[in-house]
Design a protein around this ligand. Sequence first.
Ligand SMILES: Cc1cc2nc3c(=O)[nH]c(=O)nc-3n(C[C@H](O)[C@H](O)[C@H](O)COP(=O)(O)OP(=O)(O)OC[C@H]3O[C@@H](n4cnc5c(N)ncnc54)[C@H](O)[C@@H]3O)c2cc1C
Length: 291
Amino acid sequence: MFPAAFDYEAPSTLTEALSILKQRGDDAKVMAGGQSLIPLLKLRFAQPQLIVDIARIPGLADIKRDDGHVRIGALARHVDIERSRELAKLLPLMVEAVHWIADPLVRNRGTLVGSVCHADPSGDWGSIMLALNAELVAQSNKGERVIPIDGFFQGPFTTTLRPDEIVTAIRIPVPSGSAGGSYHKLERRVGDFATVAVSVQVELDGRKVKKAGIGLTSVGATNLKAKQAEQALIGHELNDQVIAEAAKLAADAAEPKDDIRGSAAYKKDVVRVFVQRGLKAALARAQEVRA
Ligand SMILES: Cc1cc2nc3c(=O)[nH]c(=O)nc-3n(C[C@H](O)[C@H](O)[C@H](O)COP(=O)(O)OP(=O)(O)OC[C@H]3O[C@@H](n4cnc5c(N)ncnc54)[C@H](O)[C@@H]3O)c2cc1C
């Protein structure tokens, strides 16, 4: 299928891009890698009058440590995450998870920020960002604002981002001390979107959990943060009983629907099993870091 006609701008500075959005934001769509937007245009699910292609704006592709965070620029692609030594050292969960996303063609063009802004409840990065307590840095003509990921997703393909804003980066807190994470994904075939996926990150203080993050993919209208399950871990050692209780709470937080990929009850049970496996894997990695 062919997209409906649209105007196209490829500004070479962020200031220029923001001024275009100030004037025409309501009719425009920002494009980064185009890996979600172009299929939507072709299917005519989106028919913006203007595409603002930000791919030529310099300085937006870096992945770097920045004051207690890792800052991942809006044009850092999935493949850049895959190859990042900084992330392999500081947030290995991301480097492990990136292999679950699509295929090498999509990973060569698509971006983390584009994925999160797209807000597909089946997108993998959204739940990983929820587990890692990321925040988005959004820029408009009025200035910069920092948006916590928790609350960013409003519904399927809907976020709190305003039409005049561009997300310039995602910032993720660098764990202090022993930390580990894991991503478990059930897919029908390699490269597919998740039937169910679960992201887990824990940070330990001695043997007890200091911080915990659990994000759920494809089991609700948005990526979900399993907050009660996270709370059930804080201050406890990760023994079988604590892990089983958190896994049950995460399954309770999931809101899947019956579809051709499985029943809602089945998907909830996959969440439970993946949280158990994920926490055990995360604990083992956190202990490796300490050793
Ligand atoms: C065949 C195929 C398989 C896929 N499989 C998976 C999968 O298994 N798992 C998965 O998670 N994803 C999958 N995807 C989706 C894909 O990984 C991401 O959604 C995509 O990479 C998004 O990044 P992008 O840079 O291409 O965004 P674009 O397509 O350019 O934009 C996506 C949306 O985000 C907005 N946007 C982008 N950047 C910004 C910004 N800086 N500021 C504000 N708004 C912005 C755009 O306006 C648009 O609404 C698949 C895609 C394809 C085509």
